[in-house]
Design a protein around this ligand. Structure first.
Ligand SMILES: *Cc1c(COP(=O)(O)O)cnc(C)c1O
Length: 429
């Protein structure tokens, strides 16, 4: 049975948007092109549910791509933001909230002895790299194919042919000079990693400890330890990009779960609680290179913005041990239910999950790197997503993105989701 949603108002807005916004959106994935449909304009949301401008209601598994670990419009977070706004939205001078959030981050992530706030994850990873280059006096970076660290020129690089080649620009407008210093290797390929370290002196290796921008592709046993050891031998810094995993997969992020300590950590999404904030931090001796303590320049008009800090700090304070247990249980129920529903419909999928994150790969084999994620049946994923939307479930509109279950997702939401998923699998199967 095919069901559908009314989208008159979304269509009208999209037509208007196309005249004034490139592709009708302010960030590409929102256009839903990779699942072959037009974007859905959102009117409002609360908890785990969003409502579009046509009045359709969905169980939301995007949750703004990660920040909303407590769901939409959490009353305490909204109150913190409103209270902060009444005191003034920005001062360009330090405030108590910045000290408190830095202390809270350090408490959760002991490797982050000092922190600098920025307004986006892109800025934070760009700045962490600048610091790594300054601290080592080197320029080269090692990154992984399929990893995303924001739209930083030098990291918008694709692997050339062969392993451990210099990166080639992944977008027009990125000069070769920017990606020339970036070496790209496949994720989970210990040999390629060892070879790259043998051939180059790196300023840093940057990795998402649980890559979640090629879908969620977990590290094989020992991989993060290998990165730590190879970086040390090489004299390179290890940067963990925990923009997605930080404060989500556990109180102290993937570094806590895996017991591997990076030199620098990039944070974003959850740390801003749904407002524009991100951060980078690490060992004191490194961070004290940042101006004005040191000579590495980095600044921002709205960095540490009082509203964003209020949202981030409240978000973190609500994340206690029971919250992480609950988020883990929600994710597991969802992952297991999706596996069962696919199996019942005879659709080959592989579901990767860690607490707070999962990806349904349309593939019999579990993707272990970008190449195997690319080899999934993206058309089937797209059709399944369209079928879910028609049944009131809002999934990430790309095989390369993770689902973001939140603490606002109840067992009733999960039941509704799994019913819709079963019907959608049957439809595409
Ligand atoms: C979202 C993301 C970024 C970029 O953050 P923005 O705030 O969108 O600039 C960086 N790294 C990872 C792992 C991300 O998922």
């Amino acid at each position: 049975m095919s069901v559908s949603i009314t989208d008159t108002k979304s269509s009208e807005l999209y037509a208007r948007a196309l005249q004034r916004l490139p592709g009708g959106v302010n960030s590409p994935v929102r256009a839903m092109r990779s699942i072959g449909r037009d974007p859905i304009f959102i009117d409002r949301a609360d908890g785990a549910e969003i409502v579009d401008v046509d009045g359709n209601r969905y169980v939301d598994y995007v949750c703004s791509w990660g920040p909303l670990i407590h769901g939409h419009a959490h009353p305490e977070i909204i109150e913190a933001v409103v209270t902060a706004a009444h005191r003034g939205t920005t001062f360009g001078a330090p405030t108590v909230g910045e000290v408190e959030i830095a202390e809270e981050i350090a408490r959760r992530m002991p490797s982050v002895e000092m922190v600098r706030m920025t307004s986006s994850g892109t800025e934070a990873s760009m700045s962490a790299i600048r610091l790594a280059r300054a601290a080592t006096g080197r320029t080269k970076l090692l990154k992984f194919a399929g990893a995303y660290h924001g739209h930083v020129d030098g990291l918008l690089a694709e692997a050339g042919s062969g392993l451990a080649t210099a990166g080639i620009p992944a977008s027009p407008g990125v000069p070769e000079s920017a990606t020339h210093e970036t070496v790209i290797v496949p994720w989970n390929d210990g040999e390629a990693i060892a070879r790259a370290f043998a051939e180059h002196e790196f300023a840093a290796v940057i990795a998402e400890p649980y890559p979640a921008n090629m879908g969620l592709v977990l590290p094989v046993e020992g991989l993060l330890e290998l990165l730590r050891n190879k970086a040390d031998e090489n004299g390179a810094l290890l940067i963990f990009d925990e923009v997605i995993t930080g404060f989500r997969v556990s109180a102290g992020g993937a570094q806590e779960r895996e017991g591997v300590t990076p030199d620098l950590t990039v944070m974003g999404k959850v740390v801003g609680g749904g407002l524009p904030a991100a951060a980078y931090g690490g060992r004191r001796v490194l961070m004290e290179r940042i101006a004005p303590a040191g000579d590495v320049y980095q600044a921002g008009t709205l960095s540490g913005n009082p509203l964003a800090v209020a949202a981030g700090l409240t978000t973190l304070k609500l994340l206690d041990d029971p919250a992480y247990l609950r988020l883990g249980a929600t994710t597991e129920t969802l992952a297991a239910g999706l596996r069962d529903a696919a199996a019942a419909a005879g659709v080959p999928v592989s579901v990767n999950s860690v607490p707070g994150l999962l990806t349904v790969f349309f593939s019999e084999v579990t993707p272990r790197d970008y190449a195997t994620a690319q080899a999934c049946d993206h058309e089937a994923y797209a059709a399944w997503c369209r079928a879910l939307l028609a049944r009131g479930v809002y999934p990430p509109a790309s095989q390369y993105e993770a689902w973001f279950p939140s603490l606002a997702h109840t067992s009733e939401h999960l039941d509704r989701t799994l019913d819709a998923a079963a019907a959608a699998f049957t439809e595409v199967g």
